[in-house]
Design a protein around this ligand. Structure first.
Ligand SMILES: Cc1ncc(COP(=O)(O)O)c(C=O)c1O
Length: 424
């Protein structure tokens, strides 16, 4: 077998076909905000490896903490055993997330954290004797992951609903709010939610949303007022709320957690991605005393989930170190500076005929095109320009590591502007 062809002929990449024509670049190493390719070319990372690498690659303190931990233990089962990295991390998560969230369940990926959240909501109502409350309300354009329950609450049109329609559970979808971030949300935009709650609350376990930013479903920034009012309605009709902060958590939107913009605490919250600073895969589902004790008192008296790699000590160490690094840094200023530079640099794209809109929030800069871009062609252009930017559909976006310097961010912005200008 020729090593040069192993990747192309034998490995699936995300949403790809084996032997596809889409280019795949081999990364030999990564440091700071730079990916170094096998051929020696360096790319400035504008993606933070899908929102994760907030402190950049090969971070000395992250490396040191993990090396220390690896010498103690890389892994130990969590059934019947515990360890300091999990205990310390839990203390920290309880401290930094909304006050009502006091109980933590660890899992390996965002999608599983969403599965766990949905199971918690169902088990909560089951324990209360409301066994019919086992469906969910979700927003159009939502994305909550690729496993079956997570798929079921992801947008039915852009998601995989038709392909898996006989297996996937049918949930209730309502329009996403039109009110933009920073705008108030009028009653009219809550009518559909209220209508569904009024008529179906006895079969609904929870409303699940990505607060403030709908990520992979369209990079849509919406009103904090909607979240506030939706929570009031859910409480009124006895429906739980699940906030999926997997993409938004740990500062990306300018707040540590996006729900802080609405000053609302959910019943259940999912975190992942930047939780470990991108070093290892770890996610968590947090909930309240009320949800956890109700589950514990119900039948069968335990929460029914337990992954093999639950609370992996290396991953917990990475998470604790990453959170401390974040909190000890002037991250709010960094996000503000990234935002300001993107506002100044990307707004010119609004004048291009091919561009529909430019949206910037926190360290997320989005240029929405009028039509879907040719991903293979445009990725090649970005690589030739020395940057790593991976658009999807109509969306060309930047979400760099928080440590990026002004000059490197300038290069990223210029690459986006210059390449998109050619599409006009
Ligand atoms: C909001 C949100 N929820 C869930 C997920 C799924 O996370 P993972 O890819 O780690 O399974 C993602 C991933 O992009 C996400 O953006």
């Amino acid at each position: 077998m020729n090593n040069d062809n192993i990747d192309k002929d034998h490995i699936w990449h995300p949403y790809s076909a084996i032997n596809s024509d889409l280019p795949v670049y081999e990364v030999a190493s990564a440091d700071g905000v730079r990916l170094k390719l096998k051929d020696g070319k360096e790319l400035i990372d504008g993606m933070s490896s899908w929102w994760c690498m907030i402190h950049g690659y090969n971070h000395p303190q992250m490396n040191e903490a993990l090396t220390k931990q690896i010498k103690k233990m890389s892994h130990v089962m969590f059934g019947g055993l515990t360890h300091q990295p999990a205990i310390e991390l839990t203390k920290k998560l309880i401290e930094i997330t909304p006050t009502a969230l006091q109980k933590v369940f660890y899992s390996d990926s965002g999608s599983v954290a969403v599965e766990v959240a949905m199971k918690m909501a169902i088990q909560y109502w089951h324990a209360k004797g409301d066994i019919e409350k086992n469906h969910f309300i979700s927003l159009r354009s939502a994305y909550h992951g690729d496993t079956f329950a997570a798929m079921s609450v992801s947008d039915p049109d852009t998601g995989m609903h038709s392909l898996f329609k006989d297996t996937i559970t049918h949930q209730i979808f309502i329009e996403r709010p039109n009110a933009r971030f920073g705008e108030p949300c009028n009653q009219e935009q809550l009518n559909e939610l209220e209508h569904v709650l009024k008529n179906h609350a006895d079969e609904i376990a929870a409303l699940i949303i990505e607060p403030i930013v709908q990520g992979a479903g369209g990079m849509w920034f919406y009103s904090a007022d909607y979240i506030k009012k939706a929570k009031v309605l859910c409480d009124k009709y006895n429906v739980l709320t699940i906030f999926d902060e997997i993409a938004t958590g740990f500062g990306r939107t300018g707040k540590l957690f996006a729900c802080e913009y609405a000053d609302v605490s959910p019943d259940i919250m999912c975190i992942g991605k930047a939780l470990t600073g991108g070093y290892l895969t770890l996610a968590a589902t947090l909930t309240t005393e009320e949800v956890s004790t109700t589950i514990d008192k119900g039948d069968p008296g335990v929460f029914m989930h337990g992954p093999t790699f639950m609370a992996n000590p290396l991953a917990c160490t990475a998470a604790l170190t990453s959170i401390n690094l974040l909190l000890e840094s002037n991250w709010e200023d960094k996000i503000q500076n990234i935002k300001q530079q993107m506002l100044e640099g990307l707004n010119i794209c609004k004048t291009f005929d091919s561009v529909n809109e430019v949206r910037i929030l926190g360290a997320i800069g989005v240029v929405e095109m009028k039509y879907a871009v040719d991903m293979a062609a445009i990725t090649k252009e970005f690589v030739n320009a020395g940057v790593w930017v991976r658009p999807f559909g109509k969306l060309v976006y930047l979400m760099p590591p928080y440590i990026i310097e002004k000059e490197d961010l300038g290069k990223l912005i210029n690459a986006v502007v210059n390449i998109l200008k050619k599409y006009t």
